[in-house]
Design a protein around this ligand. Structure first.
Ligand code: TLP
Length: 356
């Protein structure tokens, strides 16, 4: 077998667009080759079953289902928790609302009742005020939908006492709590906690293997056995049943066993870049929001000229809005890449503003 290409397209490109861009590790390639395989739709895929069992255990939940993407994990959860016409309460910049192309409405026929927030996390009082009771005139609320870490707020971590408060509200009103935990392992590692502690109180959690945990593809939805049985039907209905998916699940097992603790390195590098960039003219960073592996940079004018010039220096990033740049740290960005990225920012500041 030829040696696989473990690295990015080109080692000279510093790809900070997302932690989704990571390449599999050598251990993942080995695990793919060695994985015992079956047919997951027929129900006999041993490696998928092993990943699901490991995931359920890590979250202290009864069961889990492997799904192709975080988006599908979230939408299956909403489908399994609701009936068309129900209301889900959701923060106004949540991924489910902002980046899933209207799926709550298109696929699930639910109403979204949005709540504004501080740094991505709805005040529990606002959540309780937003609950609608089913009546002859009003739709009924079914789900509180959360996100930890919060993507558009810059990878921020949910305040420790919020989950308990959301749970109490859910219990008072007969609601389910779903967590979009695409990067919930980042939240756990940053707080030195187990992921099961960070997510206690949720009825369902969707987490991504394909982000900081570096798997090429895949997410897992965890919850009660009864919920996961219904989620499996929704996965099939949406076309998410995969056959010899053990090839991918094998990487997921490596992610859970080997890639969690190292997320702390990404967090340290995010702080390092944030501090350096915040000192440059024309750019600023709210350092309080740099809590995990993301850096949101505010540009004085439009961010587009910065992004174009950075690209010429081999640094790739994305604009979450016209006057911001988002950087996401991940395992394929080492200390040297951080150093080169900071130098590129300095050079671009000089180029665009004639200073620094
Ligand atoms: N986020 C992507 C883009 O879609 C913005 C990124 O680069 O950050 N929940 C959260 C909080 C996410 O950040 C993402 C991906 C998802 C769900 C969806 O995961 P996938 O891409 O696997 O469907």
């Amino acid at each position: 077998m030829n040696e696989p290409n473990y690295r990015s397209m080109s080692d000279s490109i510093i790809d900070l667009r997302s932690d989704t861009v990571t390449r599999p590790t050598p251990e993942m390639y080995r695990a793919m080759v060695e994985a015992p395989l079956g047919d997951d739709v027929l129900g006999d895929e041993p490696t998928v079953a092993a990943l699901e069992a490991l995931s359920a255990e890590r979250f202290g939940m009864e069961a889990a289902v492997f799904v192709p993407s975080g988006t599908m994990g979230n939408q299956i959860a909403i489908a399994a928790h609701t009936q068309p016409g129900d209301v889900i309460i959701i923060e106004e910049e949540a991924h489910v609302l902002y980046y899933e192309v209207g799926a709550p409405a298109v696929l699930n026929g639910v109403m979204t009742r949005t709540v504004p927030s501080q740094a991505g996390f709805m005040d529990p009082h606002d959540v309780e005020r937003a609950v609608m009771k089913r009546s002859l005139h009003t739709p009924g609320t079914a789900v509180i939908c959360l996100e930890n870490t919060h993507n558009r707020a810059g990878g921020t971590i949910m305040p420790a006492d919020y989950m308990g408060a959301y749970r109490q509200i859910a219990d008072r009103h007969g609601l389910k709590v779903h967590l979009d935990g695409a990067r919930v392992f980042n939240a756990a590692v940053a707080q030195g906690k187990r992921v099961s502690d960070v997510t206690r109180g949720c009825d369902s959690i969707s987490f991504c293997l394909s982000k900081g945990l570096a798997s090429p593809v895949g997410s897992v939805l965890v919850g009660s056995s009864e919920f996961i049985d219904r989620a499996r039907i929704w996965r099939k209905r949406l076309g998410g049943g995969m056959r010899q998916a053990g090839i991918l699940a094998a990487c997921g097992i490596v992610s859970l066993n080997q890639m969690v603790d190292r997320l702390a390195d990404d967090h340290g590098r995010a702080r390092q870049i944030a501090e350096a960039v915040d000192q440059l003219p024309g750019l600023s960073v709210d350092r309080d929001t740099v809590q995990t592996n993301m850096v949101l940079i505010q540009t004085e004018g439009p961010s587009a000229p910065w992004l174009d010039a950075l690209r010429e220096h081999g640094v790739w990033a994305l604009p979450p809005s016209p006057d911001r740049i988002r950087l996401v740290l991940h395992k394929d960005i080492d200390d040297d890449a951080v150093h080169r990225a900071v130098n590129a920012f300095r050079a671009v500041a000089n180029q665009l503003l004639g200073v620094a």
